[in-house]
Write a protein that binds this ligand. Structure first.
Ligand SMILES: N[C@@H](CCC(=O)N[C@@H](CS)C(=O)NCC(=O)O)C(=O)O
Length: 202
């Protein structure tokens, strides 16, 4: 078994799907959370100056979605055939579209621009959440293929971060997504991780 290290800021955000996948599979990893003030010295040592980065036996790799896909293939969470794998990729990209829209709003520092982006958020987020909710309803309680996949895990792992940026619970009216969240959080490895992980707002 390789030695795995997840390198990230001391938050959940983009590293949490990776941490959830290791935890689901019961695979040990070093959860390397660095202090924010150390970032300027760490940044130049990262492949593209960003994190999360996964170290596998000392080899560094960036891009959280690619890392999740790599782990999901090993843990039987990447679909039963190429079509399902495509559907899972599409669902994950859609989730990251929601994240990008929320991020554009949350990180906007100009008050006028922020007010404009809030209008977008108020329309776009319920649209995406409604569609994802329907998708789960028509797929036996999962995003794809009537079975747990890494798309479900990515969604639930990112929820705290999405809610933090939105400033409300984006799935509060989405009963099928709420049930999916409960299912993922009751996976034994994930449940144990959530109980022991360091506390952080997002
Ligand atoms: N597409 C990349 C995005 C990585 C990214 O945006 N990382 C941010 C933190 S969430 C970062 O490293 N920010 C610090 C910087 O760019 O200096 C991924 O999914 O891993």
């Amino acid at each position: 078994m390789p030695t795995y290290k997840v390198i990230y800021f001391p938050v959940k955000a983009l590293a949490e799907p990776i941490r959830f996948l290791f935890s689901y599979a019961g695979v040990e990893f070093i959860d390397d959370r660095f202090d924010r003030e150390k970032w300027p010295t760490i940044k130049p040592t990262m492949p593209f100056g960003q994190v999360p980065v996964l170290e596998v036996d000392g080899k560094k790799i960036n891009q959280s979605t690619a890392i999740c896909r790599y782990l999901a293939k090993q843990y039987g969470l990447a679909g039963k055939n190429d079509w399902e794998a495509l559907e899972i990729d599409a669902a994950v990209d859609t989730i990251h579209d929601v994240r990008a829209k929320l991020g554009a709003y949350h990180y906007e520092s100009n008050a006028e621009a922020k007010a404009q982006k809030l209008k977008v958020i108020e329309e776009v987020v319920p649209f995406y959440i409604g569609r994802l909710n329907e998708q789960v309803k028509s797929n036996g309680g999962y995003l794809v293929g009537n079975a747990l996949s890494w798309a479900d895990i990515v969604f639930v792992a990112l929820l705290d971060y999405l809610n933090f940026m939105a400033k409300y619970d984006i799935i509060e009216n989405a009963e099928h997504l709420k049930a999916l969240k409960d299912k993922v959080l009751s996976e034994p490895g994930i449940k144990a991780w959530v109980e022991k992980r360091p506390q952080s707002e997002c």
